[in-house]
Ligand binder design. Structure first.
Ligand code: BJW
Ligand code: ZN
Length: 248
């Protein structure tokens, strides 16, 4: 499970490290992934739940699905992988987390610079006038609510067919072109445009390391694939990096 000496040297000399994450990084916190055999898409259809037409067709159904997931998120704790990612900040001049996750666990683990490409389950907005509804009470109400304008209030997440937040995308793509090292952690690398990010970093000369218990479309292109749970391997990366930097 040891990270290679090349990786440790690259990290020791890096100015900018990106940690690009997906559902797998939160799996060890007990939050379901999407595409595993026991994942969300095995039980629920994305067509029925994760697009705007589904919400317009049956707002209560989609709302209830998110309320159940919100409950799981608020009961979950960051795991050793999230914590190790936050600790990288102590060892590298600039670390940016770019996540597809909507669970807020990177923030809760202490990561200071987190870009959320697919939004956040912890916020809502009106589907018609886009007014924001950030009051935490909306995270537990079981009935879908309507805005003053009559529009339904929806979670501030990115569904299939929707654009990702422009600022988040622009900043992420700019950073990918400048990064010295990019970790891709716990993502199936199947959902675009996010899946393109490690490839942008590769094209611009970053050292790309995939941490995933399975292989993905990125595996063959990555410089290294560490096929272990992120909650095991990331603390090891931090421990070894501290040693290389003479801090242990
Ligand atoms: C571990 C582990 C451990 C487990 N340690 N590892 C045809 C071809 C190409 C593209 C398209 C196409 N048709 C449509 C598209 C575009 C579409 C898309 O990419 N579809 C593909 C699925 C085919 N993309 C979009 O629609 C995006 N928007 C867009 O393109 O806009 C432009 C546009 C506008 C108008 C018209 C057309 C285009 C938007 C995508 C939004 C994705 N939204 C979701 C839901 C978010 C809200 C919510 O959570 O409910 O985002 S879907 C879901 O997938 C979620 C995730 O963020 C995303 C990625 O999933 P992720 O994180 O990779 O999870 P998994 O489960 O897939 O993988 C987990 C991995 O972890 C696995 O590999 C495990 O092995 C690993 N793992 N435990 C390490 N302990
Ligand atoms: Zn409204």
């Amino acid at each position: 499970m040891q990270p290679s000496n090349t990786l440790l040297q690259r990290l020791a000399n890096a100015r900018l490290v990106l940690v690009f994450t997906g559902a797998g990084v939160s799996a060890e916190s007990g939050i379901a992934t999407f595409r595993s055999p026991d994942g969300l898409w095995a039980k629920f259809s994305p067509q029925e739940l994760a697009n705007v037409d589904a919400f317009l067709r049956n707002p209560q159904l989609v709302w209830e699905w998110y309320q159940a997931r919100r409950q799981a998120i608020t009961e979950a704790e960051p795991n050793a992988g999230h914590v190790a990612i936050a600790k990288l900040q102590e060892l590298i001049p600039k670390v940016v987390v770019i996540t597809q996750n909507i669970d807020g666990l990177h923030h809760r683990a202490g990561s200071g610079d987190v870009i959320e490409l697919h939004g956040s389950a912890l916020r809502n907005f009106c589907i018609r006038c886009r007014r924001r509804y950030d009051d935490p009470k909306f995270l537990t109400l079981q009935e879908v609510q309507q805005c003053q304008c009559g529009g339904f209030i929806r979670p501030d997440v990115v569904w299939f067919g929707e654009m990702l937040p422009t600022e988040a995308v622009e900043r992420s793509w700019r950073l990918a072109a400048e990064a010295n090292v990019l970790f891709s952690v716990g993502t199936s690398s199947q959902v675009w445009p996010a899946a393109e990010l490690p490839f942008v970093a590769l094209e611009h000369g970053a050292y790309v390391v995939e941490i995933n218990t399975e292989t993905t479309p990125l595996t063959a292109q990555a410089h290294e694939h560490l096929p272990f749970p992120s909650g095991n391997v990331l603390p090891e990366v931090v421990r070894m990096l501290r040693r290389v930097k003479g801090e242990e």
